[in-house]
Design a protein around this ligand. Structure first.
Ligand SMILES: [Zn+2]
Length: 135
């Protein structure tokens, strides 16, 4: 039962598939194919720091969104921004730095992220509300 719930894309408040499809169509010309978008595993405790909103595993084509975002106080445009950010990773290549280090938030990535219409609003909301996701 637990496992089934973990794999679902429909939360109580948001349906990730619907948002993914809309963003994919609107901003990526439908370029992201074969991706699964899921709510991640629910944690028993909120983290003390470093709340991770979402992740993308490009090899497996899986995007996971932190289920703590499936709450009524989270604006739809914020969740859309989180998803947009992860989706953008699939189209903007990483940079390899010296010592085999990688940079994922490149200048190009940051530029395209700012093109998201609610970018500033979303970043401000993140700053103002981050503490609600932490212990
Ligand atoms: Zn990122």
């Amino acid at each position: 039962m637990q496992r089934q719930l973990n794999l679902r894309h429909e939360g109580t408040h948001f349906d990730l598939h619907a948002i993914f499809d809309d963003l994919n169509h609107r901003y990526f010309r439908g370029r992201l194919r074969g991706y699964e978008v899921l709510w991640g595993r629910r944690r028993r405790h909120r983290p003390r720091e470093n709340f991770v909103f979402g992740t993308i595993q490009e090899q497996d084509r899986v995007i996971r969104i932190n289920p703590a975002l499936d709450q009524p106080f989270v604006p739809t445009w914020f969740l859309r921004y989180v998803l947009y950010h992860e989706m953008l990773h699939s189209v903007v290549p990483d940079q390899t730095l010296s010592g085999n280090r990688r940079r994922v938030h490149t200048d190009e990535f940051n530029r395209r992220e700012r093109e998201f219409p609610q970018y500033r609003r979303a970043r401000r909301w993140e700053e103002e509300n981050l503490s609600r996701f932490l212990r």
